[in-house]
Every structure is written in C-alpha cells, then in structure tokens.
Design a protein around this ligand. Structure first.
Ligand code: PBG
Length: 326
C-alpha cells in the first residue's frame, strides 16, 4: 500500500494523537543532575558560562537537594572543589573532604535521593590532570590505587553509585576490588566508559576549577573520530565489572550511544555536558531559540539514540516543565 491510501499525516493531526503514537518520552525519572560543591561555607556562586548553575557550599545543599527530589529527579552527581590541591590530589580521599561531607549532608537530609560521586583527580591536583604525573606524563598505574582509595572514601561516606571519569586503563577493576575487599560489594560502578577528549567540557572546567595547567587530556581521553574504539572501551569496563556504562559527551556522539546500545545490554547513561548546555543557554538568552522546545528535542534525541539515563544540567528545568504540563 502506498499513497493515496497511506497518509502518514493522519496520525499527526492533534496533540492527543501524536502523544498516543510517540515512540520516545523523556521522564524526569531518567535524569541525573550535576552539583558543584565547594569547601568554604556560605557559597552560592553562579558559573558565568553556565547560567542557572551554581557552585554551592555543603551548608547550601539541603535546600537544593530537597527541591531536586520534589521535582522527581532520582539522583545527583557530585563534583568537588577542594580548598587544597597538590601533586597527587591527596584531598580527594580525605574522610572530611568536600565530597565526603557533601554525601553525608545529602544522605542525612534526603536519604532516598541517589548520590553518584565522580571519581577523578583533576579537581584535586595542582596541575589539573586526571592522574599523577611521572616524567611529564599522566602515570596510569600509579594513579589506580589513588582512584580506588577515593572511591572507597566516597562509599564510606554513603555514596550510592561510584562513577570513575578519569579514563585510566584498569580503573574499574581497581575500584571494584577495593570496594569488594572493604565490604562494599553492593555499591554499583557507573563507568565513564567512552569519554572523549572534547572541547565541550570548557565551561565545566570553569565550574570545577579543573583545567589542566599544561598540555591537554588527549593522551588519556578518547579521540573524537573513533567509534570502534568506544566499543573496546566499553567491553573492557564491562569485563572489569562496570554495572552501568556511559558515553560522554552526548550530542556529537549520538551514533556512539546507538552503537553501544545495540552491542551491549547494560544500562547506558549519556552525559549532556557543560558546553552543550551553555550553547543552548546562550542562544536562548539572545532570543534565538525556544528553550523548552529545544531542550525537550535534545533530551529526546539522546534517549532515542539509546540512553536510559541522561546526566544533564537541564534536569531541573525539564522536570518543572513536565509538572507544569500535567
Ligand atoms: C572530570 C570530569 C570532566 C567532566 C566530568 N568529569 C571534565 C574533564 O574531563 O575535563 C565534564 C562534564 C561537563 O563538561 O559537563 N574528569
């Protein structure tokens, strides 16, 4: 059968019909909201390149996470901005460190909100790289025990999910072993499995004060041209014990999300990163784009590509629109 019997426009005539045949719907329950936590008290500082996103001190987290939970967003991912940075990022593992305190504060106030912690040294090292430096290079194997220690200290503070984003080889196994041998066999690992060296992280580095002081991250994060290599990264992380895998960034990598979805059965997350958010915000502030429309389109595209979970700075806005639309 073909036109004129077939008329695809028949099912587009009203919003009720369109909604009946809609294939992909993003729910606030699919989203995770990133939070930037600073160590000094009394801070609520907007990030200039990310309008609407703030650095918050631990004492300001209570109100924030209560709002997030009220909006129906199931979880947050935490990034820490410590007072003290050194060569090896030692403040990352401190039991009273910024993330450890933040996790305790959130779990105390909103126990059901899932707390995901980002495990990476870049916010804690004086040089801003994701691992320790030996002879001018990021030293993979010397970094692994530090990441494992950091993950353990997050679990001890009460984190629900550990999310390594450093891109060292073997870090999922190192973290899994460390967690298991300390009784945290039930804590899942969400690995940033296919994380690309991307220009879209620019605003995040302002937000997290984590820009590398020399060179860049291309010697450990992936080359943006590669998709077969992404499948190898995912394969390795699954073999090492990752429970959830992630592709990051999202928008320039929708094909990677689709390939990973079609190849593996693990829950799949995608990170709609800072630069992707900032582009939308800038255009909206100029009156060039309709925010609600384009954000809905973007999040739907990421889910349609195959992501089950989306980490996004738009989460609170999207959840609010969903509630308003009911
Ligand atoms: C830490 C980390 C980064 C992001 C998440 N974890 C920055 C980077 O790798 O340079 C980026 C998130 C974003 O841009 O929103 N390694």
């Amino acid at each position: 059968m073909a036109f004129p019997e077939v008329r695809l426009r028949r099912l587009r005539r009203s919003e009720t019909l369109r909604s009946l045949v809609r294939e992909t719907v993003v729910d606030a329950g699919d989203l995770i909201y990133p939070l930037f936590v600073v160590e000094e008290p009394g801070v609520k500082r907007e990030i200039s390149s990310m309008p609407g996103i703030f650095q918050l001190s631990v004492d300001n987290l209570k109100a924030e996470v209560e709002e997030i939970a009220r909006l129906g967003i199931p979880g947050v991912i935490l990034f820490g901005i410590p007072r003290h940075k050194d060569e090896t990022g030692s403040s990352a593992c401190h039991p009273q460190g910024v993330i450890q305190e933040a996790v305790r504060a959130i779990k105390k106030n909103v126990p059901d909100l899932l707390v995901v912690t980002d495990v990476c040294l870049c916010e804690y090292t004086s040089h801003g790289h994701c691992g320790v430096i030996s002879n001018g290079e990021v030293d993979n194997d010397r970094t692994l025990p530090l990441l494992a220690e950091m993950a353990l200290s997050h679990a001890e503070a009460g984190a629900d999910i550990i999310a390594p984003s450093d891109m060292m080889d073997g870090r999922v196994r190192a973290i899994r072993d460390k967690l298991d041998s300390n009784g945290f066999t039930n804590i899942p690992i969400l690995s940033y499995a296919a994380k690309y060296a991307s220009g879209f992280y620019g605003p995040f580095r302002e937000a997290a004060q984590s820009a590398p002081q020399f060179g860049d991250r291309r010697a450990y994060q992936m080359d943006s041209a590669n998709v077969r290599e992404a499948l190898r990264e995912v394969e390795q992380d699954i073999a090492e014990g990752a429970d959830i895998i992630m592709v990051k960034p999202a928008l320039s990598y929708l094909d990677v999300i689709r390939r990973v979805r079609d190849t593996y059965n693990h829950p799949l997350a995608a990170y709609n990163v800072s630069g992707e958010y900032s582009m939308v915000k800038a255009a909206v502030q100029n009156g060039w784009l309709d925010e609600r429309r384009v954000v809905t389109e973007i999040l739907t595209a990421i889910k349609r590509a195959g992501a089950d979970i989306i980490i996004t700075y738009h989460a609170k806005d999207y959840a609010r629109w969903q509630i308003e639309g009911r």
